[in-house]
Write a protein that binds this ligand. Structure first.
Ligand code: MN
Length: 213
């Protein structure tokens, strides 16, 4: 079986400046994201050992660690591609993201209301967490999730398509305690082409959830 690997950044460390400083991107990717990849692989090894020895004393801790590190790896892998130095603005049909723009308007009432909801969700995360725009496959609507750590408060089956990292490591070196300023600046680097691609992909595989086989 394959193990988890740290993906390359799709740009250099300075590509998102001045919204996010090169120092933050380097530490965030090379140290924090790398730690989640290692944590997920280490936990898989520990679970294999537990199965081999038939020793289950730490099963609760191991399952919790797997969910934490695996989710951290997945969310960060999406996060890097959700951003671009040429991003920002409102998603519009003329930019080839009309289907996503329509889905946002249908699900939230308007782009402005969606933007406010995701900003509030991300900026008010208690402790460490994320604000996430997700595709919910049962109704086909888009929803905002306020995720605790990397794995808590998730609607099962939902697919993250735009993720705002609201952990302090994502902004503190540059924005200090002004989390809301960081989240508001994040809108300047959103890569709507990437979000639209993820929306289409999530929609295409929505019927694989088999809620009613
Ligand atoms: Mn992070």
């Amino acid at each position: 079986m394959a193990t988890y690997t740290l993906p390359e950044l799709p740009y250099d460390y300075s590509a998102l400046a001045p919204v996010i400083s090169p120092e933050i991107i380097e530490l965030h990717h090379d140290k924090h994201h790398a730690a989640y990849v290692k944590g997920a692989n280490d936990t898989l090894e520990q679970l294999a050992e537990a199965r081999d020895k038939d020793q289950w004393g730490n099963i609760n801790g191991l399952e919790k660690n797997l969910a934490f590190h695996l989710s951290g790896h997945i969310l960060h892998s999406i996060y890097w591609h959700n951003m671009t130095g040429d991003g920002g603005g409102e998603p519009l049909e003329k930019d080839g993201v009309g289907e996503l723009a329509d889905a946002i308007a249908e699900s939230f009432g308007s782009y402005a209301k969606f933007k406010t909801q995701l900003t509030k969700a991300a900026a008010t995360t208690q402790g460490s967490g994320w604000g996430v725009l997700a595709f919910e496959p049962v109704t086909g609507r888009l929803i905002v999730e306020q995720i605790y750590d990397h794995q808590g408060n998730v609607g099962q089956g939902s697919v993250p398509i735009l993720v705002f990292d609201a952990w302090e490591h994502a902004f503190y070196l540059q924005y200090k305690n002004q989390k809301v300023d960081f989240i508001e600046a994040m809108w300047l680097v959103v890569n709507w082409q990437d979000v639209a691609k993820r929306y289409t992909s999530a929609k295409e595989r929505a019927n694989t959830l088999l809620l009613a086989p």
